[in-house]
Design a protein around this ligand. Structure first.
Ligand SMILES: Cc1cc2nc3c(=O)[nH]c(=O)nc-3n(C[C@H](O)[C@H](O)[C@H](O)COP(=O)(O)OP(=O)(O)OC[C@H]3O[C@@H](n4cnc5c(N)ncnc54)[C@H](O)[C@@H]3O)c2cc1C
Length: 424
């Protein structure tokens, strides 16, 4: 055994990085976070020059619970000399690339707490402590925090076709794409779908003959970031949501989809104007189409082309499309990481094979109460729509830090009540 910690975090995406930054002020928690990648990057495969954050830069790794932290975005701006120029931009959100740069800056400052190029292969439990194996090394921990992210969701009928010309957007195939003179179909109308659509017809991967965006949505639909909807992304709302019955929670989260998965409204405005310019001013010959209300039903490969059948929910018919290149922007889903296999039989899952959660983001399991398995980005079904977003990540980190440390440094000021009151 090489080393024992109070907490080992698996994965260094923004969520565990936030926890690492928040824990830095505690004196009684000895912790280390492991990441398989060589250095921090943030969904690099699908980051474009026009990709903006969908959340305010004030909802960074730490500020919502500790604006005095040295890991705040504002401190990043000050320390890198960018503050005044940045303010002149008038931005309320930053590009995803700049958020990544800020996170990279934090990883350098937290280097003593983080270990990159360190894949975790398994997590076991010996009755008193977790045993975390990475290659030929083993580490032990009183608690673990799983922050391994989501996995690409691929429609079942497409699973066997994955290849350089038929792939999920979050894959290395995208950067190698050669689309000159080709017919591209993009499936999925979320933000990733529209960003790939726009970059594709603007020639990022060569000039395609045609670019079609097919989506199950009834239109390209804006993110609902209006103030009352944004109350879903508050600690008070999580307090109200958590104790509800699961059969109420599931449809409620579904109905809130556009609060989380809609398109950035300003992006849609720009896209619409650009399509007008291309079609009626430039009069490009390229075929650019948006095909809403359609769901992929069947796909077959024939002589290097992909023949697809879509259910058309607008006219209850079926539409056939074929393409040289198909890019799936079909989102992401949770999967329990296989590294937990050795202790899986001790963990409590619900009927849909999801973790069951305590309110403090620890998973229910049959081990000792003092050994906790925290899991981030796995509890949308139990904590609500905010869980996969950055909005409450600092608050969630503070909840966990207070659980781990006797100092209880955070959340001393309770937020004022929301305007929307669900429980009298
Ligand atoms: C394209 C895109 C844009 C988004 N934009 C926004 C936004 O603007 N605003 C917002 O609020 N939310 C946004 N989100 C949602 C959410 O904030 C992100 O998905 C965020 O990255 C989630 O962070 P995470 O730490 O859970 O996972 P990830 O960022 O996916 O990080 C997980 C990390 O775990 C590592 N890992 C996995 N398994 C192991 C292992 N066994 N050993 C070691 N390391 C491992 C992975 O390599 C990865 O680095 C976006 C999501 C996507 C996909």
């Amino acid at each position: 055994m090489d080393k024992h910690y109070n907490l080992i975090g698996v994965g260094i995406g923004p969520f565990n990085l936030s926890l690492a930054a928040i824990l830095d002020k505690t004196k009684d928690v000895n912790y280390k976070f492991f990441e398989q990648k060589k250095s921090f990057n943030w969904h690099a495969e699908i980051m474009f020059s026009d990709s903006d954050m969908q959340t305010s830069y004030l909802k960074d790794l730490v500020t919502p619970v500790d604006p005095t932290s040295e890991y705040s975005f504002l401190n990043y701006l000050v320390q890198t000399g960018l503050f005044h120029i940045f303010m002149n931009t008038g931005r309320t959100v930053v590009t995803r690339r700049e958020f990544e740069m800020y996170c990279q800056w934090c990883t350098e400052k937290l280097a003593h707490r983080l270990s990159f190029d360190r894949p975790v292969n398994s997590v076991d439990f010996d009755g008193k402590k977790f045993i975390v194996t990475s290659g030929s090394d083993q580490f032990t921990a009183d608690n673990i925090c799983i922050g391994t992210g989501l996995i690409p969701r691929i429609p079942e009928c497409a699973v066997d076709l994955i290849s350089p010309n038929f792939f999920h957007a979050k894959s290395p195939y995208l950067s190698e794409l050669k689309a000159e003179g080709k017919n591209i179909v993009i499936i999925g109308g979320g933000q990733t779908g529209v960003e790939i659509f726009r970059n594709a017809f603007n020639g990022k991967w060569g000039n395609p003959k045609s670019v079609k965006l097919v989506t199950g949505r009834t239109a390209l639909q804006p993110l609902d970031e209006s103030p009352f909807t944004n109350e879903f992304f508050t600690p008070n709302y999580v307090d109200d949501f958590f104790p509800m019955n699961q059969d109420k929670k599931t449809p409620l989260v579904k109905s809130q989809k556009l609060a989380s998965d809609g398109n950035t409204p300003s992006y849609l405005d720009e896209l619409y104007k650009e399509l007008y310019q291309i079609k009626f001013v430039e009069q490009r010959s390229q075929q650019i189409e948006i095909l809403p209300s359609r769901r992929l039903n069947k796909v077959q490969e024939y002589a290097g082309r992909y023949m697809m059948v879509f259910e058309n929910h607008f006219n209850d018919g079926f539409d056939e499309l074929d393409a040289d290149i198909v890019i799936l922007c079909t989102g992401f889903s949770n999967a329990i990481p296989s590294i937990l296999d050795p202790i899986k039989n001790k963990i409590q899952f619900d009927s849909e094979e999801r973790f069951t959660f305590n309110k403090n983001f620890s998973v229910k399991w049959d081990g000792p109460a003092e050994n906790r398995i925290f899991a981030l980005n796995f509890s949308r079904h139990s904590h609500g729509i905010s869980e996969p977003q950055t909005s409450l990540m600092a608050w969630r980190s503070a909840v966990i830090a207070n659980e781990l440390s006797s100092e209880k440094l955070y959340l001393k000021t309770k937020p004022v009540p929301n305007f929307m009151n669900f429980n009298l």
